[in-house]
Design a protein around this ligand. Structure first.
Ligand code: GTP
Length: 597
């Protein structure tokens, strides 16, 4: 297609404001099939079954639209992942577009989560068209929402479009606004090939499918390409686009968005943001903004049933086929047995993977408390990155520890402001800003990520009865007074429960853990001390009373071996126990302690 007839845009929206409904309408109006119609068709047409995986995942759609000016246009609607954990992927999708539709629910208004994407979109010099959706609702207040968009974002709403995606109102106006307001892409067909790898996923029939945006030159079947950051070369064997049904093309020219396949087996071999060029005629400079994403939150995943270890390994491997941004390696814990230490882009990412393992792969898992990545300078000058509190070196060898910080933007109704401020303060937050936007407070805080992964989000939601919203990005590592706290049962440290905490918070958290473990461990024939300790110094202590009087215990003393056998039997059975010294801790106790965060 000629450059001036192409429009590339994404849709920014808060969950539930109507992004999918609007996208469906745009597809329908321009003659494509909606996701629902497609999956219906999949059911009666076995040929399409082969394309199922690819088409369902492909939310980037090419639409043909004949505008009121009589010209036909090619509109590429690019889907962007919705959550802050995938900020880098979002940034690459945005870099592939020249504009964005900002969908705002006319009865709700601007939400903090959308702001991050809006600002990114502005940074990419996008033209943003505000779409005030759900104007059919009785509670719709389009003027108030427009004013909020102007006040909060500083975006003019002169060109805003009023829609009801549900009842099909204003859809033509959206299409016209896209053609009129979003600039066509720039690029040169003569220049050497320069294309961005926007996204990739694994398809069982086609292998790895790569979504690309061509900047300059032409990308075609049979071409030898090189991925500049990865340094790998491949032969392009298919080129195409989604309408949303898969359609093969001969080539993609400048400004165009589409997909290629090149007999690549794993998404781990592709890097989002990488520059694709021609092996024989290379572009001089790669596209700006490339980076490799690193996991920021780590936790241990253990099967509750040790027999599921291999199944867990397989399942993690399968998930990684389609998501190279999480990592896993085997880990063994005295308390939990064999499992995996996994790294994620953020808490939501962690939850998604955990949820998929549970639901799609039917695994019952124990997740250890999430931990962030600490950087340490040791006395001997060595630098260390710590992903697992259990691996913390002896404190006397550590010169300093740094922890990651974030900047969080929280939106909260006024009546809950006081308790949210307290929550942030309790979590070592530094207040940066407090303004009011349409009756809601917008709070900006700097917080240690360590305090946020603990249970911040749950607390935020419960304090505000679900009304607060939260968005964050990392702002680098800072030195902190951090210590490793161990939980000891009968003087033995329990590895799965050790954590890195700020010294000031250690005592309260230690006491909390001891109290909890006290309720979770059954009584034994002897007293069991439960202690929280920092480097050998006990900071909290609870005691589980003995089950019987000591006299009786003595009488049964000789039966130790028989009792041991009995316990061994128990261990094989349903009720699995872990032994700490001579204390048997039911596995449920760890699960409960860890689940409560
Ligand atoms: P996620 O897919 O969860 O991110 O949400 P989304 O932003 O894609 O929203 P979706 O299109 O799924 O719409 C959310 C809900 O709002 C659905 O129940 C829609 O039927 C409804 N909805 C969407 N547009 C309109 C509208 O114009 N008017 C009304 N009344 N409801 C709408």
């Amino acid at each position: 297609a000629a450059l001036e007839t192409i429009r590339n845009f994404s849709i920014i929206a808060h969950i539930d404001h109507g992004k999918s409904t609007l996208a469906d309408r745009l597809i329908q109006t321009t003659g494509g099939l909606t996701a629902r119609e497609m999956s219906e068709q999949v059911l009666d047409n076995m040929d399409i079954e082969k394309e199922r995986g690819i088409t369902i995942k492909a939310q980037t759609v090419r639409l043909n639209y004949t505008a009121k000016d009589g010209k036909s246009y090619v509109l590429n609607l690019m889907d962007t992942p919705g959550h802050v954990d995938f900020a880098y992927e979002v940034s690459r999708s945005l870099a592939a577009c020249e504009g964005a539709l900002l969908v705002v629910d006319a009865a709700q208004g601007v939400e903090a989560q959308t702001l991050a994407n809006v600002y990114q979109s502005i940074e990419h010099d996008h033209v943003i068209i505000p779409i005030i959706n759900k104007i059919d609702l009785p509670a719709a207040e389009p003027e108030r929402v427009c004013k909020e968009i102007e006040d909060v974002i500083g975006l003019s709403t002169e060109n805003a479009v009023m829609t009801s995606a549900k009842s099909g109102i204003g859809i033509e106006d959206v299409l016209e606004a896209i053609v009129r307001d979003i600039p066509p892409p720039k690029g040169s067909i003569e220049a050497p090939l320069k294309a961005m790898l926007v996204d990739s996923w694994y398809d069982p029939y086609l292998g790895v499918v790569i979504l690309v945006r061509v900047m300059d030159g032409v990308l075609k079947k049979g071409q030898q390409i090189v991925m500049m950051a990865a340094g790998t070369t491949h032969l392009v064997d298919r080129v195409g686009c989604f309408r949303p049904k898969l359609e093969y093309l001969d080539a993609l020219g400048p400004g165009e968005i589409g997909f290629i396949t090149a007999q690549i087996k794993e998404v781990a071999q592709t890097n989002v943001g990488d520059t694709i060029t021609d092996v024989r005629r290379r572009t001089n400079e790669p596209l700006p903004g490339f980076k490799t994403v690193q996991p920021v939150v780590f936790c241990g995943l253990f099967p509750t049933d040790a027999a599921d270890f291999e199944k867990l390994r397989d399942s993690l491997g399968k998930l990684r086929l389609n998501d190279a941004s999480f990592s896993f390696e085997t880990e063994s814990s005295a308390a939990l047995g064999f499992g995996f230490r996994c790294g994620f882009l953020g808490l939501l990412h962690l939850e998604i993977i955990q949820e998929r393992l549970t639901r799609e792969y039917d695994l019952d898992l124990i997740t250890t408390a999430p931990s962030v990545v600490y950087k340490m300078l040791l006395r001997d000058g060595k630098l260390l990155e710590l992903h697992n509190p259990a691996d913390m070196p002896d404190p006397s060898t550590i010169e300093l520890i740094e922890e990651p910080w974030i900047e969080a933007v929280i939106y909260v109704p006024d009546e809950h402001l006081g308790s949210i401020l307290k929550l942030c303060q309790d979590r070592r937050g530094i207040q940066k800003n407090l303004t009011y936007v349409g009756g809601r407070a917008q709070l900006t805080y700097e917080l240690p990520l360590n305090e946020v992964v603990f249970d911040f989000y749950d607390r935020l939601k419960s304090i505000s009865r679900g009304y607060a919203s939260f968005d964050y990005h990392q702002i680098g590592h800072r030195e902190g007074d951090l210590v490793k706290m161990s939980i000891m049962v009968n003087a033995e440290p329990v590895d799965a429960l050790s954590m890195i905490v700020h010294r000031g918070a250690a005592e309260a958290r230690g006491r909390h853990m001891c109290e909890r473990m006290k309720d979770l461990i059954p009584r034994h024939l002897f007293k069991i001390p439960i202690q929280a300790a920092i480097g050998g110094k006990v900071i909290a202590r609870e005691t589980i009373a003995a089950l019987r009087k000591d006299v009786t215990a003595k009488c049964y003393g000789g039966d130790a071996s028989r009792k041991r056998k009995l316990l061994d039997k128990q261990k094989e059975g349903k009720k699995r126990m872990r032994q700490y010294g001579n204390v048997d801790i039911p596995q449920e106790a760890f699960i409960a302690a860890l689940r409560m965060g």
